[in-house]
Design a protein around this ligand. Structure first.
Ligand SMILES: Cc1cc2nc3c(=O)[nH]c(=O)nc-3n(C[C@H](O)[C@H](O)[C@H](O)COP(=O)(O)OP(=O)(O)OC[C@H]3O[C@@H](n4cnc5c(N)ncnc54)[C@H](O)[C@@H]3O)c2cc1C
Ligand code: SF4
Length: 526
């Protein structure tokens, strides 16, 4: 790869700068692709921009082939656009990690000073700081400015009991979003009550525009097939935006065609509809093609113009200004120890079906299929189907976290880890969430039409063809009482379990045991 065999398109479109002609450069990481967020002097002085592709980073996990394609293609397009805008660009590919690649550049160019923006991900940050340790006078680290919330202002607040809701209200006050003086627009901070509808039959869901791969993307796809062919997921039919202009088009499309229905159907799931009215914008938000304030402000504008109701717009702002920012602060506060957290001490390997998709459980099949194909599924599938199943089958949450990290196109450690180890598996013991997000099949049946196409019976509680979520859930409630305790008292669900007949309890245990014994586990891909 270092032979530049797969960099033809970049080499044709960028006349490569000679690094030793420069004394000042800016190192742009693959998830910082927006010069608006860089200091004003960068746009004014137009220093040399250095981009680096790292094979070692690409190999550090079996990342989805579409993720690798997206990350590399959008970085190449961005570098080409910077070149067209008058910047000198040095586009480099290394078999090593970023830190070693940058060290080599500094070793070879003794006059060069480099500025980088603090990486969002811990390992890249550590690697670049090591380089800074070696060259303290030649390297400048600047704050990461792709988020609303300042880390230093919020980090110390993260502790059990400090919930996203408190943070979110403060962020609403700070930004003035949907505020009338000190009061929330519409009189409520939260419209979740209006946002729990299931999708009516035959309700039309608009299609999302896809973009055929151009020459740059096609070349990256060939590279990924050649060098990362054994990675997770399918590469064919790549249709993601890879340029800001395309991502802005998708933002327009979401605001005009899906935002109004985003709120009511936020928690809904439907066979053959992986996206419904969700924005599908996380992948662009997470590498800078779109900025979080652009999305929030467009949504608020649509509300003011009467094009979208308050429950949809507040719902979206809550996700981006609330959850997304809170999650990032949590990561900053909890790293690196949080990586090994496992409150319930689950140790089972990941179920094999997370790789194969082979299962009779229709909800799981429907949630996994779009991940193999596109590296995407929406929040409720991630939380209430996949993570729920992982918890109920006593799977090691760290393995689930690893899987979410390589299987999704929008996954970066700062966002995936808090969502998995904090929110969806309760592995942190209650710092982020007040109780485990687990449920029986009833929740899935209420929010989707999955159960009507399933080989299992949602109405059966135990026995051979009973919905596995039904008995696995009650077994979990019994075994994990501590996680359900509210201020030292048993929760409603624990009391419900205790009131079941001995016969029912025996059947729950028997069905659980049978199911877990026959569940294939991922032994090799640990
Ligand atoms: C187990 C699990 C793993 C997750 N892993 C990731 C991940 O790797 N990357 C990622 O970006 N999100 C992750 N999320 C959060 C959320 O599910 C996705 O952001 C969302 O599904 C992306 O699809 P969308 O753009 O259509 O979102 P929408 O439903 O349209 O929401 C709008 C935006 O809000 C933001 N958002 C919403 N919820 C969250 C959240 N909990 N944390 C952070 N941002 C949020 C996203 O930027 C999203 O694009 C995870 C959630 C769970 C439960
Ligand atoms: S019956 Fe159970 S396993 Fe089948 S789709 Fe419904 S919740 Fe999922």
């Amino acid at each position: 790869m270092s032979s530049r065999k797969f960099l033809n398109q970049v080499d044709q479109q960028i006349s490569r700068a000679e690094v030793n002609n420069y004394d000042r450069a800016v190192f742009v990481l693959h998830d910082q692709l927006n010069l608006q967020q860089w200091p004003e002097w960068v746009r004014r002085k137009k220093p040399l921009l250095i981009f680096m592709e790292s094979v070692a980073k690409g190999r550090s996990l079996p990342y989805h082939k579409k993720k690798l394609t997206y990350v590399l293609s959008s970085m190449r397009h961005f570098a080409i656009e910077c070149h067209q805008a008058g910047y000198s660009v040095y586009y480099h590919a290394t078999s090593k990690h970023y830190g070693q690649g940058l060290t080599e550049l500094l070793d070879q160019n003794s006059e060069l000073d480099v500025t980088y923006m603090m990486p969002s991900e811990w390992d890249s940050r550590e690697r670049l700081r090591k380089v800074k340790g070696k060259y303290p006078d030649r390297i400048t680290e600047i704050e990461n400015s792709f988020f609303y919330a300042e880390t230093d202002r919020w980090k110390d607040k993260i502790e059990p009991g400090y919930r996203m809701e408190y943070f979110y209200r403060d962020m609403r006050r700070q930004t003035g979003y949907l505020m009338n003086d000190d009061e929330p627009e519409g009189g409520e901070w939260n419209y979740d009550e209006d946002n729990r509808e299931s999708l009516p039959d035959d309700y039309p869901v608009p299609e999302i525009t896809t973009f055929a791969p151009d020459d740059v993307t096609s070349e990256v796809m060939a590279l990924v097939e050649n060098h990362f062919g054994d990675h997770f997921g399918q590469i064919d039919n790549f249709g993601y935006a890879v340029r800001r202009e395309q991502a802005l088009q998708l933002l327009d499309e979401f605001i005009n065609e899906r935002l109004a229905d985003f709120g009511p159907y936020e928690d809904a799931m439907a066979t053959g509809e992986p996206t419904l009215f969700h924005s599908a914008l996380s992948i662009y938000l997470n590498n800078g093609l779109l900025l979080p304030w652009e999305v929030c402000e467009r949504a608020i504008e649509a509300y003011k113009d009467g094009k979208a109701p308050i429950n949809s717009v507040e719902g979206l702002v809550r996700q981006i200004l609330g959850w997304r920012e809170f999650i990032r602060i949590y990561y900053e506060a909890m790293m690196p120890e949080i990586r090994e957290t496992n409150f319930m001490n689950f140790s089972e390997p990941l179920p094999e079906l997370f790789w194969s998709g082979e299962t009779k459980m229709h909800c799981l099949k429907q949630s996994l299929k779009p991940i193999f194909k596109q590296g995407y599924s929406h929040h409720i599938q991630r939380l209430m189907v996949l993570s729920n199943f992982s918890n109920l089958t006593k799977t090691d949450p760290r393995q689930l976290n690893r899987w979410f990290w390589f299987a999704y196109v929008d996954a970066y450690e700062w966002v995936v880890l808090p969502n998995v180890l904090g929110m969806s598996t309760f592995a942190d013991g209650g710092v982020l969430a007040s109780k485990p997000y687990v449920s029986s099949g009833n929740y899935i049946n209420k929010m989707s039409n999955y159960c009507s196409s399933c080989e299992y019976s949602i109405t059966k509680k135990t026995g051979e063809n009973a919905c596995p979520f039904n008995y696995l859930y009650w077994n979990f409630v019994d075994e994990q009482r501590e996680a359900f305790e509210v201020s030292g008292r048993n929760s409603f669900m624990v009391n419900m379990y205790d009131k079941k007949s001995e016969e029912d309890k025996k059947e729950i245990k028997k069905s659980t045991e049978n199911f877990l014994q026959t569940l294939g586990r991922d032994q090799q891909k640990k």
